[in-house]
Design a protein. Structure first.
Lengths: 380, 163
């Protein structure tokens, strides 16, 4: 009975990862892709996407859920890249220039986002999502009408023929894969972008270090219980704003890394699904709205992208249409987010019920590990 | 020492540190701007109309020690470089003396023309800005984030970027 219960508990806690793993493994054989190809794709996509997904961690530590507002940072990074292309700055210097130009914009965006999210405590995710739509409108206004008209653009190659506004697609030839190619290691038929991985490792080290700092501890305290943190003298609102600012700046850098790997930029669409895929990846990795770790990021990126790589080919081979796989990607992305949010809500209700049961003197053993603590807290 | 004086000192120190950080930030931006500034060099092996410089029949031109370009009479090739200071070497395909010229590219010019005959003559003014004549441009594709769902009459969305 106990074994059955613990299995059930393990399944509900890791349902998203398990379901995803099953679908992924099932999709590999019909895709007829070689393992070598899939591994190489995963190496490339780990370098391309991990930084963006890591940007989601700090707001989760601060109890602000999944930061859909990271799109604001992505837009800042794109503006930085537009400027780098405009001034014809090539190579890694172009990326650094884009990051330096995007940083103040992303700090401002992060501050705005943080202040707005503080006004919508408890509804941060949907507010961040809607805020991203609003700022997208501002971004379009700036890029489509102000660039060239108000902000000088000297490169005719990126300007629309009417004299203002940026073209729909930008060729990032000058900075294409400049970070990846900076230190490319070729081992056993695989190409490893060492420089990109070092940047990602540095961010992981920063996150680990940051969690141990006073500010990091404050964030975790705010994430656990805002009222208790406030009573303990932690400036809750300020800490939350800082978490969002850091996340937005990291998203700015993450988008630059993502786009340098892609080699071109859809000026008006590139950021549309940035937060969506990053959130899907971290959830697939086993994270929840309240809890996430660095391993969740890498497991999630690998699992989500294996599925992204194999499903179009599996769809082509099984149904004669690669579009089936494309629809499947969208379906999976949204499905994972919905499933994990539903599971999170369900689990929270179940834990609360267990805690209540524990208070009434019911079987406390069956309660979740955190339930006795919650019950204790409630009793106090 | 009063608390007021200490506060003032702290505020001054804080302002200095912040000012210093801003200066470092701007300096770093200027540094990557200068060192990363890209230029396109058109290596041109044609007769010069403005002087006694005839095209070289078979020249090997190398910029910053890169792989040499093999250019015959009337050939033109393109090289992309970063930064302003470069060293260009030229030698005949048949062998002979190798000439090296140090170039300093103007920061505000994206495209420059390097004349191989002048380079072979050891002239330092062998590089000049290349100005393209205004070409009629193709009509732009629809721009912006058009959305057929919220605006049914709008153009369909461009395909979203696959991560």
């Amino acid at each position: 009975m106990s074994g059955k219960k613990s299995f059930g508990r393990f399944f509900t806690e890791n349902a998203v990862v398990i379901i995803f793993l099953i679908i992924t493994i099932a999709a590999i054989p019909p895709s007829q892709l070689s393992i070598q190809y899939i591994i190489q794709e995963m190496i490339t996509r780990l370098g391309r996407n991990s930084f963006l997904v890591l940007a989601l961690l700090l707001p989760i530590y601060a109890g602000m859920g999944l930061n859909f507002g990271m799109t604001l940072g992505a837009m800042s990074g794109e503006i930085g890249l537009i400027l780098a292309i405009n001034y014809n700055i090539a190579g890694v210097e172009g990326l650094v220039f884009a990051a330096l130009a995007g940083t103040p914009i992303s700090i401002l965006m992060g501050y705005v986002c943080g202040v707005v999210l503080n006004k919508a405590k408890g509804r941060e995710m949907v507010t961040g999502y809607m805020l991203a739509f609003f700022i997208n409108g501002v971004y379009q206004l700036v890029v489509l009408y102000m660039m060239g008209a108000i902000f000088p653009i000297r490169s005719g190659a990126i300007l629309l023929s009417r004299g203002y506004g940026i073209r729909n697609t930008l060729n990032l030839e000058n900075v294409r894969q400049s970070l990846d190619e900076l230190a490319m290691l070729r081992v056993g038929g695989f190409a490893l972008p060492i420089a990109t991985f070092l940047v990602i490792a540095a961010l992981c080290a920063f996150i680990v270090w940051f969690k141990k700092t006073k500010l990091g501890q404050d964030m975790r305290a705010v994430g656990h219980d805002m009222a208790v943190a406030e009573a303990a003298g932690v400036p809750v609102d300020r800490t939350r704003v800082i978490a969002i600012i850091i996340s937005t700046v990291l998203a700015c850098y993450g988008q630059i890394i993502f786009l340098q790997n892609m080699g071109n930029m859809a000026t008006y669409n590139a950021h549309d699904q940035t937060s969506f895929f990053a959130v899907a990846a971290i959830l697939v990795g086993g994270a929840s709205v309240k809890k996430a770790t660095i391993p969740n990021v890498f497991v999630g990126v690998i699992l989500l992208h294996v599925l992204f790589v194999v499903t179009p080919r599996a769809g082509q081979n099984l149904f004669g249409s690669a579009m089936i796989g494309e629809y499947f990607r969208q379906f999976i992305g949204y499905g994972v987010i919905a499933l994990s949010l539903v599971l999170y809500a369900w689990r929270a209700r179940k834990d609360a019920a267990r805690a209540r049961e524990g208070l009434r003197g019911g079987s406390a053993n069956a309660a979740a590990p955190e339930a006795p603590a919650a019950a204790e807290g409630a009793a106090k | 020492m009063s608390a007021k004086t200490t506060d003032k000192k702290t505020a001054i120190r804080r302002a200095l540190v912040r000012g210093g950080l801003i200066v470092v930030y701007v300096a770093l931006m200027a540094l990557v701007f200068v060192t990363g500034k890209g230029h396109t060099i058109l290596v041109d092996n044609k007769d010069r109309a403005d002087g006694p410089f005839a095209a070289v029949d078979g020249a090997l031109v190398s910029i910053d020690g890169r792989e040499s370009l093999e250019l015959y009479k009337g050939d033109r090739d393109m090289v992309k470089v970063k930064g302003q200071k470069h060293r260009v070497t030229v030698e005949s395909v048949a062998g002979g003396e190798k000439k090296e010229v140090a170039l300093r590219l103007p920061m505000d010019q994206d495209m420059l023309l390097l004349s191989v005959p002048m380079l072979a003559a050891g002239r330092e003014d062998c590089i000049e800005p290349f100005v393209t004549s205004e070409q009629p441009r193709e009509a732009d594709e629809p721009v912006g984030n058009v959305n057929a769902f919220t605006s049914p009459d709008a153009e369909p969305d461009a395909a979203p970027m696959v991560p």
